[in-house]
Ligand binder design. Structure first.
Ligand code: S3P
Length: 179
């Protein structure tokens, strides 16, 4: 039996907003992997990327996932690139059901520009639907390989997304989501 729910998926697919609402509904703890990384580094994600580079960020991410995967009754919102290192998926899979959130490139562009866009990988003048499509095309196989359950969030609001995840988790049966 798995004891955590890990939300994976591209930036802007709703991992944080849906994760918080899902945790509240289940009475579980909500953990944002990016917030753990910021705490560990003592600086923001943009500062980590800018001062130390993406590889240093990925190393911190591996450590954060290792720690969080040991807990129980947590909804974990993972950063969008967590699937790029197999070790993260191996560790998450030991304790967590991996729920992939999908969204269309147009939805991702809308959501990531709405939230002020502090994401280093989508920053700069060239943030466009083509950049998102390119990154998504590259990552799609990683997301699909890692996912136990998939939910498309483009046409669902937060509460409908939460209900859909719960419905699919019940059918999945490898996790006890009763309080
Ligand atoms: C990243 C996604 C971000 C954050 C970092 C890298 C990625 O998290 O971890 O900027 O590689 O997709 P969100 O998916 O929560 O935006």
């Amino acid at each position: 039996m798995k004891s955590n729910i890990a939300l994976i998926g591209f930036m802007g697919t709703g991992k944080s907003a849906i994760g918080q609402a899902l945790a509240k509904k289940l009475g579980w703890r909500f953990i944002e992997a990016d917030a753990m990384i910021e705490q560990m580094a003592g600086k923001s994600i943009p500062d980590i990327f800018q001062q130390s580079g993406e590889i240093a960020f990925r190393e911190l991410e591996i450590e954060a996932i290792k720690r969080v995967a040991m807990g129980k009754k947590q909804v974990i919102a993972c950063g969008g690139g967590v699937v790029l290192n197999t070790i993260n998926i191996t560790r998450l899979r030991e304790t967590s059901v991996l729920v992939l959130l999908n969204a269309t490139p147009a939805t991702i562009l809308k959501r990531t520009s709405q939230s002020g866009n502090t994401r280093p990988l989508l920053a700069g003048a060239d943030i466009s639907i083509d950049r998102i499509k390119g990154l998504l095309d590259y990552r799609r196989p990683y997301y699909q390989r890692a996912a136990d359950i998939t939910v498309s969030t483009s046409k669902l609001n937060i509460s409908a997304s939460v209900d859909m995840i719960i419905e699919k988790l019940r059918a999945y049966a490898g996790i006890d989501i009763q309080k």
